[in-house]
Design a protein around this ligand. Structure first.
Ligand code: DP6
Length: 326
C-alpha cells in the first residue's frame, strides 16, 4: 500500500482566477497550460493500519500549516473512494521554491493524487485522476495529462477536468523562469481568488473568455508564436488587473518582477521575440522559442535581480515511479 508519483507544475497561458463553486473548485472559466519539465514534485504515500495519525512531511519538514490540512482532506477523499480507513504517511519534495509563484500546488496535488490513489488500490482513468486532483487544487487537474492541456470549466464535478491538447514534443516553446527572490507570498491563490468577483472588470473578463480561449487554441494549432505570445502576455496582465482592482486589492507584482517585464518589452523592441507571464508571486516566466534560449538566458543572467533561472520544456504529466522517498 505504498506508491510514489512525480508530477510537473504547469504554466497557464489562459488563467484560472475565480471559482463558481468553492468547495468543488469549479472555475468561472476554462484555462490552458503547458506542463513544465523542471518544476517537479515527487510524493510517496503509504496507507498502513499501524499508523495512528496522518503524517505529512513536505521538503523534510513536518508540516503543520494549512497545506497539511488540505493534504489530509485530500487523503480523506481518496480513502472514502477506496473504502479504506488506514492512516497515511506522506513525504513530498519539490525541486523548486514554493509559494513564490511557481504553482507548487499544481505539481503537489497532481503527484499526491496519483500516488495516493495507487497506494489506496484505486485504478482510475486519466479523467478521474484529473477530477480528483482538481478537488485538491484547481490548477493540479492540468498537470495529470502530458504536454499542453485544457481544463474545461464544466458545470459539475464530473464535467470539470483537463483534457490533453498536444503532446510535449508538439511545439519547441521554452518557459524560462526567473527566480527573483525566495520571499513567500502573503496571500495564497485560494484566498486571493475569493476576491476576483469584487473587481469591477471581472464580468468583462468573463464575457470575453470563450473567444479568448478560441483564439489561443487557434494560435496553438497554427504554431503562430507572435500571436500566441502577445495573447499570453496580455492575459497575464489582465489577470493582474483583476487582482489589483479587487477588494482587497492584491499586489503580487514586485519591483523585481516589474523590472523584468520592462526588460522583456525592451528586448522585444530590438527584435528578440520573448513574452512574459506570471501567477501569484514574484517569480516570472519568460516564453520563447528554442532558438532564442541561449541569448535570453545570457541576458537574464546579467540582471542583478535574477537569483536563479530554471529552463523548462513542455513535459509529461503526473506518473507513478518505482523509487520511493521512504
Ligand atoms: C494564478 O490552482 O493554486 O496560478 O484551486 O484554490 O488551489 P486553488 O487555486 P490554484 O490557482 C492557480 C491560479 C493561477 C492561474 C493558473 O494557474 O491558472
Amino acid at each position: 500500500m505504498k506508491a510514489t508519483a512525480i508530477a510537473p507544475s504547469n504554466i497557464a497561458f489562459i488563467k484560472y482566477w475565480g471559482k463558481k463553486d468553492e468547495d468543488l473548485r469549479l472555475p468561472e472559466n476554462g484555462s490552458i497550460s503547458m506542463n513544465l519539465s523542471n518544476l517537479l514534485t515527487t510524493t510517496t504515500v503509504e496507507f498502513d493500519p499501524n499508523y495512528k495519525e496522518d503524517e505529512v512531511f513536505i521538503n523534510d519538514d513536518l508540516d503543520y500549516s494549512t497545506a497539511e490540512k488540505r493534504i489530509i482532506a485530500h487523503l480523506d477523499r481518496i480513502r472514502s473512494r477506496a473504502n479504506i480507513k488506514d492512516k497515511a504517511k506522506v513525504v513530498s519534495k519539490n525541486n523548486f521554491p514554493s509559494r513564490t509563484g511557481l504553482s507548487s500546488s499544481a505539481s503537489g496535488f497532481a503527484a499526491l493524487t496519483v500516488a495516493a490513489a495507487s497506494a489506496a488500490g484505486l485504478n482510475l482513468s486519466v479523467k478521474e485522476l484529473s477530477i480528483l486532483a482538481r478537488l485538491g487544487s484547481g490548477s493540479a487537474c492540468r498537470s495529470i495529462s502530458d504536454g499542453f492541456t485544457e481544463w474545461v470549466a464544466g458545470n459539475s464535478s464530473e464535467t470539470s477536468y483537463a483534457v490533453p491538447l498536444y503532446p510535449p514534443d508538439y511545439w519547441d516553446i521554452t518557459d524560462m523562469v526567473a527566480i527573483v527572490s525566495k520571499n513567500k507570498k502573503d496571500v495564497g491563490s485560494t484566498e486571493g481568488q475569493k476576491f476576483a468577483g469584487s473587481s469591477p472588470f471581472y464580468p468583462l473578463r468573463l464575457s470575453k473568455m470563450s473567444k479568448k480561449i478560441k483564439f489561443l487554441k487557434q494560435y496553438l494549432l497554427d504554431k503562430n508564436f507572435t500571436k500566441f505570445g502577445e495573447l499570453v502576455e496580455a492575459e497575464a496582465l489582465e489577470m493582474h488587473a483583476i487582482m489589483m482592482t479587487s477588494k482587497p486589492s492584491l499586489l503580487y507584482i514586485m519591483p523585481e518582477s516589474l523590472r523584468i517585464m520592462q526588460l522583456v518589452k525592451k528586448w522585444r523592441s530590438v527584435g528578440l521575440e520573448v513574452y512574459f507571464t506570471l501567477n501569484t508571486g514574484q517569480d516570472i516566466h519568460l516564453i520563447c522559442r528554442q532558438e532564442n534560449v541561449r541569448r535570453i538566458y545570457q541576458l537574464l543572467s546579467e540582471v542583478s535581480e535574477v537569483k536563479d533561472i530554471i529552463i523548462n520544456k513542455s513535459a509529461k504529466g503526473a506518473r507513478l515511479i518505482s523509487k520511493h522517498l521512504f
